[in-house]
Design a binder for this molecule. Structure first.
Ligand SMILES: *Cc1c(COP(=O)(O)O)cnc(C)c1O
Length: 400
C-alpha cells in the first residue's frame, strides 16, 4: 500500500518535471538585499536580486534588526500560546494599534500570515445568506478563504467593471443580505492596480462592502506608503484592508486585517487561524513596529523605487521585451512558455541576475513570465547591470 502510494506520488512529480513545471529552490547564504550571496555547488556567488518583495529595502535595515533584538531581549524568543490564552504581549497590541493608525482604521488584528488573515476572514463575517464578489486574479489565499465561507460566490474578470456591476445585480436578484467586493490592491503576478474608485462607486450604488488585500502595496505605494486606497484617493471608502508584514514592511512575517472595531472584535472571537495558531514572535512584532515607523517616513526610498521602476521598464521595452503595462515596481517580462521562462531565468542567472520564472499553477498555462521586482535596495548601477544582462540573455535565447 505505502509503496503504491509513493509510486503514485513519484509519477505525479515526474509529470510536473516533464511539463517543465518543477520548482527548485536556490540557497541564499546571507541576508535579503539588493545584492545577495547565492550558494551553488561551485561556491557562493554575489548576484543582483530582482525577485524579492523587499520593495523599500527594509528586510535587513539596521534599525529594524536592532529593534527586533531589543524585542528578543525584553520579551523573549517565543510565546508558546495563541493570543487569547496567554499569547498577547503589550508588543502585539502596540503593533496592532500602529497598523490601524497607519491605515486609518479603528483597529487591526494580527495573524501568522496574510494567507491566514484571508483564509479566516470570510467565514467569520459572512454566512450563507451573503454574497462575495471576487476579482478573477485575486490571490490564492482569498480564493481559499472564500471557499471556506458559506457565502454565495461571484467572480468578475480582472478589473472588468461591467462584469462587476452584473455580478452585483445578480447577487441582489439572488436576495443577498450583505455583499462584499474583494480585490487585491496590486495584483501580484501582473502588477496591475485595482480600479478602486470605480469599485467603491459600484459598492455604494449597490450597497456592498469593499475589502482590499494590499500585500503588494502597503509601505511603498500611495501617500506615506498607505497603499492603493491612498494612491487612488478612496481612503476610508474601503471597509477592510488585509496586508502582510512579510513584504515592504520589513519582510519578516505576519499578516493583519485593519477595519472598523466590530469587524476586528468579531475576528478575535471567531477567526480560526487566529484562535488556533500561535502568536507572532516578539522579535518580529518589535521589528515590524519599527518597520512601519520607517516606512511611513520613507519618501526617499519610495522615490528611488519609483525611479528604478520607470528606468527598468522603459529600457526593457525599448530593448524589445514584451512587458505587461503598469506603474508599480512589479515588472513582468512575458515569455508565455514555461520552459522558455526557465531558460531565460537560467541565462540571467549565468549573467549574475537572480530572477524567478513564474508558470502554472502560479499563473495560467501559456502565461509564463519572469516577474521582476524593483527594490530601493538596488542602486542605479545594479539596475543597469540587470538591463544589460536581460539584453544579452534575451539575445542568446532568441526572444529579442
Ligand atoms: C503575499 C501575499 C499574500 C500572503 O501574504 P503572507 O503574509 O506571505 O502570507 C496574500 N495576498 C497577496 C495579494 C499577496 O501578495
Amino acid at each position: 500500500m505505502a509503496a503504491t502510494f509513493l509510486r503514485h506520488l513519484n509519477e505525479t512529480l515526474a509529470t510536473i518535471e516533464a511539463e517543465g513545471l518543477y520548482k527548485r529552490e536556490r540557497l541564499i547564504a546571507g541576508p535579503q538585499h539588493g545584492r545577495i550571496d547565492v550558494t551553488l555547488p561551485a561556491g557562493t556567488r554575489d548576484v543582483i536580486n530582482l525577485c524579492a518583495n523587499n520593495y523599500l529595502g527594509l528586510a535587513n535595515h539596521p534599525e529594524i534588526v536592532a529593534a527586533a533584538k531589543v524585542g528578543l531581549d525584553k520579551f523573549g524568543f517565543g510565546m508558546a500560546s495563541v493570543r487569547f490564552i496567554c499569547g498577547t504581549q503589550t508588543l502585539h497590541r502596540e503593533l496592532e494599534q500602529t497598523i490601524a493608525h497607519y491605515l486609518g482604521k479603528d483597529d487591526a488584528i494580527l495573524f501568522a500570515a496574510c494567507f491566514d488573515a484571508n483564509g479566516g476572514i470570510f467565514e467569520v463575517l459572512l454566512g450563507a445568506e451573503d454574497a462575495i464578489i471576487s476579482d478573477s486574479l485575486n490571490h490564492a489565499s482569498i480564493i481559499d478563504g472564500v471557499r471556506l465561507s458559506r457565502a454565495k460566490r461571484y467572480r468578475f474578470l480582472n478589473s472588468d467593471m461591467n462584469e462587476l456591476e452584473d455580478r452585483l445585480k445578480e447577487a441582489a436578484a439572488d436576495g443577498a443580505r450583505f455583499k462584499l467586493i474583494v480585490t487585491d490592491g496590486v495584483f501580484s503576478m501582473d502588477g496591475y492596480v485595482a480600479n478602486l474608485p470605480a469599485i467603491c462607486d459600484l459598492a455604494e450604488r449597490y450597497g456592498a462592502l469593499v475589502m482590499v488585500d494590499d500585500c503588494h502595496a502597503t509601505g511603498h505605494i500611495g501617500e506615506a506608503g498607505r497603499g492603493t486606497p491612498a494612491l487612488t484617493g478612496v481612503g476610508p471608502r474601503v471597509d477592510i484592508v488585509t496586508g502582510t508584514l512579510g513584504k515592504s514592511l520589513g519582510g519578516a512575517m505576519g499578516g493583519f486585517v485593519a477595519a472598523a472595531q466590530p469587524i476586528i472584535d468579531l475576528l478575535r472571537q471567531r477567526a480560526r487561524p487566529y484562535l488556533f495558531s500561535n502568536s507572532l514572535a516578539p522579535a518580529i512584532a518589535a521589528g515590524s513596529i519599527k518597520a512601519i515607523e520607517i516606512a511611513r517616513q520613507a519618501d526617499d526610498r519610495r522615490q528611488i523605487l519609483s525611479s528604478h521602476a520607470v528606468r527598468f521598464r522603459s529600457k526593457l521595452a525599448s530593448a524589445g521585451f514584451e512587458l505587461l503595462p503598469g506603474e508599480t515596481p512589479i515588472i513582468p517580462v512575458m515569455l508565455h512558455d514555461a520552459r522558455l521562462a526557465q531558460q531565460m531565468a537560467a541565462a540571467l542567472d549565468e549573467r549574475g541576475v537572480y530572477v524567478a520564472a513564474f508558470f502554472f499553477p502560479v499563473v495560467p498555462k501559456g502565461k509564463a513570465r519572469i516577474r521582476t521586482q524593483m527594490s530601493a535596495a538596488l542602486t542605479e548601477t545594479d539596475v543597469d547591470f540587470a538591463l544589460d544582462a536581460f539584453k544579452d540573455a534575451g539575445g542568446a535565447i532568441g526572444i529579442i
